[in-house]
Design a protein around this ligand. Structure first.
Ligand SMILES: [Cu+2]
Length: 115
């Protein structure tokens, strides 16, 4: 899958530039925590689908001039309300995957693909 290859190469790139991570290069491809960013702009989440692993951090950044949320379809998690220029971070735990949306604009949908 392209996204997994991209993620692996991103991890490798970070590891290559950080001496301490270099020691963990072998384990990096098998699940070292990664920080992800999801931009909210023009009433859309980008990327719309994000592959994440347990322990990863996901930060949503609202670049619109109205508030948004990132809320699980099943209500099991909610990053909460993000005002303009605000950001919220969550740590991915077991079961924190699946589709999510904005409570204020239900047409805004995206997905955390827990791998
Ligand atoms: Cu919204």
């Amino acid at each position: 899958m392209y996204r997994r290859r991209f993620l692996a190469s991103l991890v490798a790139a970070v590891a290559a530039t950080t001496a301490s991570l270099k020691l963990n290069a072998a384990s990096a491809s098998s699940g070292a925590p990664v920080s992800h960013t999801v931009k909210i702009a023009n009433f859309a989440f980008s990327p719309a689908t994000l592959s994440v692993g347990v322990g990863d951090r996901v930060t949503w950044i609202n670049m619109d001039i109205v508030p948004h949320t990132a809320t699980a379809d099943d209500g099991s998690w909610d990053a909460g309300e993000l005002g303009p220029n605000e950001r919220k971070e969550i740590v991915v735990t077991e079961g924190l995957g699946g589709s999510y949306y904005c409570r204020f604009h239900p047409a805004m949908t995206a997905k955390l693909d827990l791998v």
